[in-house]
Ligand binder design. Structure first.
Ligand SMILES: [Zn+2]
Length: 274
């Protein structure tokens, strides 16, 4: 079994800022293939379709790690091309997507102004917590927290690989703007849970094109989150937090994600209690 990782380019947003380079993973068995996450722009989904066709495998399943458009808005286009494939997510993620798809379609349309696909397909809940490629089992694990909750990962024990969704970032500033100070320690714990699986290959949901998929991105993500949590306590405003984090991670891709995370965090800090 092998995994073919496709990473799209960073995207300049029409309203300012950039969107992080995003991965999807094609798991290839001898005869079958499973795709984890989908890309969200037509040209990137086309590239994924090319890779599936070139592989000669039968795409049986598309698994979605969590309910952000950048991980599932390629579903409709993919299912048009592969109508026999099933789109699935963990029951918690499938329910979250069903609840939020209208809002997610609106925000993708607003931020990308036509550069992102629209999508009306909601994945089915996956029963039993396992996916299969030929006779090999892929373990699906719900995590307590990543950039959002609910969220999940795929663990492939036979090749010591974790497809980590947005629990792990690789050379890219994580998105902490959809969570808050109470959530971040749970995210750190979820990163620890991935470390406990002792993978040698870790495919992050967002990855710098310069990076490989080595397991060092686990510790790097844990350190980044811990630094953000500590500095959020001691910095006086979002500007200082961005500056201190940039000193620590000068080469991380997509500084606009850090700015959004810091600004959103300080809005929560200054909100009156209760
Ligand atoms: Zn994402």
């Amino acid at each position: 079994m092998e995994v073919d990782v496709y990473t799209c380019d960073a995207v300049d947003l029409p309203r300012g800022g950039t969107f992080s380079p995003t991965t999807c993973s094609l798991i290839l068995g001898e005869n079958e293939a499973v795709l984890v996450d989908t890309q969200y722009r037509a040209a990137d989904v086309d590239e994924v379709i090319q890779r599936i066709d070139t592989s000669g495998r039968t795409l049986t399943t598309i698994f979605v790690t969590h309910g952000h458009f950048d991980h599932y808005f390629g579903l409709e286009m993919l299912l048009e091309r592969y109508p026999a494939a099933r789109a699935v997510a963990t029951p918690a993620v499938a329910a979250h997507i069903a609840r939020n798809i209208v809002a997610e379609r609106a925000s993708a349309a607003r931020f990308f102004e036509g550069q992102a696909l629209d999508n009306t397909v909601v994945p089915e809940p996956l029963a039993g917590g396992a996916l299969w490629v030929d006779e090999s089992e892929l373990r699906v694990i719900d995590l307590e927290q990543a950039d959002i909750a609910p969220t999940s990962i795929v663990h492939i024990p036979s090749i010591d690989t974790v497809i980590a969704g947005d629990a792990i970032y690789n050379g890219v500033n994580p998105f902490l703007a959809a969570s808050g100070p109470d959530d971040w320690p749970k995210w750190v714990a979820s990163v620890g849970r991935i470390a406990g699986l002792e993978p040698t290959t870790v495919i992050a949901g967002h990855k710098s094109p310069a990076r490989s998929d080595g397991a060092e991105c686990i510790e790097e993500t844990r350190h980044y989150l811990a630094s953000f949590i500590d500095l959020f306590e001691t910095c006086s405003d979002s500007r200082e937090l961005v500056s201190r984090m940039t000193d620590l991670y000068p080469d991380h891709v997509n500084p606009s994600a850090l700015v959004m995370s810091a600004v959103t965090a300080f809005k929560q800090k200054t909100r009156p209690e209760g």
